[in-house]
Design a binder for this molecule. Sequence first.
Ligand SMILES: [Zn+2]
Length: 428
Amino acid sequence: MSSGEGRRRRDNLVPLAALISREMRIEKMDKPTVKYGHAAQSRKGEDHFLIKMDCQRVPGNSSSTFSVFAIFDGHNGNAAAIYTRENLLNHILGAMPRGLGREEWIQALPRALVAGFVKTDKEFQSRGETSGTTATFVIVDRWTVTVASVGDSRCILDAQGGAVSSLTVDHRLEENVEERKRVTASGGEVGRLSIVGGVEVGPLRCWPGGLCLSRSIGDMDVGEFIVPVPYVKQVKLSNAGGRLIVASDGIWDALSSEMAAKSCRGLPAELAAKQVVKEALRTRGLKDDTTCIVVDIIPPDNSIQPPTPPKKHNMLRALLFRKKCHDSSSKLSKKLSAIGTVEELFEEGSAMLAERLGNDYSTSQSTSGLFTCVVCQIDLAPSEGISVHAGSIFSTSSKPWQGPFLCADCRNKKDAMEGKRPSGVKVA
Ligand SMILES: [Zn+2]
């Protein structure tokens, strides 16, 4: 063996160790800092929230940490909001397949969110309590933000450069034409409250029940077409980071998304949340429970500051930056090219479970070899499982004996939500 060969061999070995340590360094460098603030003013005591910074994808592995931020705005009491705060996260994680890497885990989230929301709704309803709640549930894993939401507690994104976008849709009958159509097609009646003399007042509501929302968790006393199936949106921020504002309608009835974002730019998260609440109260007074969580996703080297007031030529500057980096292939240019761009990874708002639970056959079998209900995660006897696609318009293209499967209970719920069987609600 010549000395040259020996050196080459060493060269092959050393870089491997160096590569691993470099990857770990990059991973550490690439990890943004997440900071948050929370503020609230209570009127009815029906707003509840959840902030959890230390969740782990892989229990015991500190590099698999992710954060959860959620708001639950209850109505007709606070039991549903409290129950959802206590159980929704566990139900979502319980619906996640085991042993996934980070990318796969992120890809599996949208479906697990749907299953977790439906399971929470089903379990709460089985307790026989009558309240309901909105749920806006945000998962931050490094630069990836996943939001699932029912009701009208909004989550907005103020990206670097001053572009404000909504990561939720409002499930309000008054404002959401698509949801009005869905509810009506499923057998609900949409109209306003009628007072003496036949005068119609207030926002559009759904009857039976009289709820203004078209989706919620709980609400066993309204029609089952008021579904717990969340709108889900997943985005990857650029490495310039951004700010999330999650808040109940106490904020959004007073401030537009742009106004809320603008009112707190330049402030650290803690002060920003207080400022947004203050601004809403100044505009409208304390008419409703008002809760706000501000989450800043901050680049690790702090070279890029949290959102500042947009400058006049921001768009042009972003274009120039992007154009400039096409000419060069350095790592720095790669970083610059991401400034001001938010990558949309996933968006789906359908209320149909068959569409939301998908065609993934591999995940419906539990470790015991039995099939499990994709919603409530209980084991099913071989004869018991009903494909989520059975009897649906999808059954022509997918085999009805293939998963994912639902237990008889969840299948009944699915049919009721889609207006395929009469709702169990007694109309007074
Ligand atoms: Zn089930």
